[in-house]
Design a protein around this ligand. Structure first.
Ligand code: CTP
Length: 416
């Protein structure tokens, strides 16, 4: 992983130079070593490539570079404290640790590596690293004797076995006057490694369309019909599939949830617009229909505000919206894999199985959206995956975890 990664990068440098980091969200943890000054340049270089940086500093890092410089260069909020209640209210440490596409630790000191290897959680940086399920890349920096020490070598082995990717360190003159391995790799080498990271994954070269959120069907210019979908499951799916290297087109109705990082976002309002957007995004390898599309629209929406009159209540007549999933699943340029969701409140499995047949999709992800489940608008989901082979019920988990599992299945299916 260490030297081999770098050699691999150099042979492919020409291609890697073309890949931008637009839409990629990197959580950058800066720990306290003299090499922290290079992190300032690293932030600039990563942002030049289009990456969004959320910085985290350890207390010791603040002895080497100022929080103000780090926050100013990253252009986003700097996180420093584990017990900062405002941050916990806005974004808890669990969410912070999982919201990024990649966690980069640069520099990673011998002390932070030791704490990571032990699974400690005694400050914000170590807690984020323990709580995350996002890939982690570290760029160690320390004195040569510290690097060579058997304790550090043991920690390196543990971290590598845990799946943490390590960049460097380089060999050379050190700030302490000694010579040897221990220098943090240069910012541009880190940028190249980050690009390489995003240029890998089982779904590289695959195009996937996702519909998400509710649709709004106008009654008149100020009123509309809507539903309670937040768009959380669709956004999580888009992020999980982009993280596996897919090119994701995210067609969303007016959703509350933040747009996913790393996807091409197409915003629509009505079901008809959503269908047109999906059709223009074709061809694709897979399409996942997570949107809660309104089944009906007002037949003849008024272009003027409806007023109260003495003649009684307005008579609204409805017409059926196109079924986007069924239209695409039955079309000539049908994606290889078509996945629908079935939001039900009764007879969940029976309805979902019938829906799979009726809409001609490969899989249906069924969930119970009865109010007592708290699923609609909540952060968790309990789903059953229904395919030709049968049905599989997954335990209740976060929508992000459901998304990751579905993304694994999509990658497997497209590889077959
Ligand atoms: N769907 C769609 N276009 C529609 C309605 C639904 O693409 N006009 C998709 C949804 O995105 C979801 C699946 O079809 O993937 C099932 O949606 P759901 O609302 O559960 O089903 P309905 O078609 O509304 O069926 P029913 O009224 O029987 O619940």
């Amino acid at each position: 992983m260490i030297a081999a990664e770098r050699a691999y990068g150099q042979t492919r440098l020409g291609r890697i130079a073309d890949i931008m980091l637009t839409g990629k969200h990197i959580l950058l943890i800066i720990s306290g070593g003299i090499a922290a000054y290079k992190s300032l340049d690293l932030i600039r270089r990563l942002r030049e490539q289009g990456a969004t940086i959320t910085p985290v500093m350890t207390r010791a890092a603040e002895q080497f570079v100022t929080p103000l410089s780090v926050a100013a260069l990253s252009g986003s909020k700097l996180y420093r404290d584990l017990f900062d209640l405002t941050d916990e209210a806005e974004m808890g440490h669990i969410q912070l640790s999982r919201s990024a596409d990649l966690i980069l630790v640069a520099p990673a000191t011998g002390d932070l590596m030791a704490r990571m290897a032990q699974g400690r959680a005694d400050d914000l940086a170590s807690t984020l690293l323990l709580a995350t399920d996002t890939p982690v890349v570290i760029a160690p920096a320390m004195n040569v004797r510290m690097w060579d020490h058997p304790a550090t070598q043991r920690n390196i082995k543990t971290l590598t076995d845990d799946g943490i990717a390590m960049l460097g360190p380089n060999e050379g003159d050190m700030a302490c006057g000694e010579y040897g391995p221990g220098r943090m790799v240069e910012p541009m080498e880190i940028v190249q490694a980050v690009k390489r990271h995003f240029d890998s994954g089982p779904l590289v070269g695959r195009r996937i369309i996702i519909t998400s959120g509710p649709t709004h069907e106008p009654i008149d210019p100020v009123r509309y019909i809507a539903n309670r979908s937040s768009g959380a499951q669709g956004s999580a799916l888009a992020e999980a599939l982009s993280a596996k290297g897919a090119e994701v087109v995210f067609v969303t109705g007016p959703a509350e949830h933040a747009h996913p990082a790393g996807a091409q976002v197409v915003m629509v309002e009505t079901a008809q617009q959503m269908l047109e957007a999906v059709q223009s995004a074709l061809p694709a390898d897979a399409a996942i229909f997570a949107a809660a599309v309104a089944d009906w629209r007002i037949d003849d929406a008024s272009d003027r505000k409806l007023k109260k009159t003495r003649d009684g209540l307005p008579a609204l007549t409805f017409t059926e919206n196109p079924d986007i999933l069924a239209t695409i699943a039955k079309s000539k340029n049908r994606p290889l894999l078509v996945v629908g969701f079935a939001a039900e409140t009764d007879n969940v499995l029976a309805h979902a199985k019938a829906k799979r047949e009726r809409k001609a999709c490969d899989w249906i992800v069924a969930n119970d959206v009865s109010p007592e489940t708290g699923i609609m608008g909540g952060s968790e989901n309990a789903v059953t995956l229904i395919s030709e082979e049968g049905s599989e019920t997954w335990p209740r988990m976060t929508k992000r975890e459901v998304a990751k599992r579905i993304a694994d299945r999509v990658a497997q299916a497209l590889a077959e």
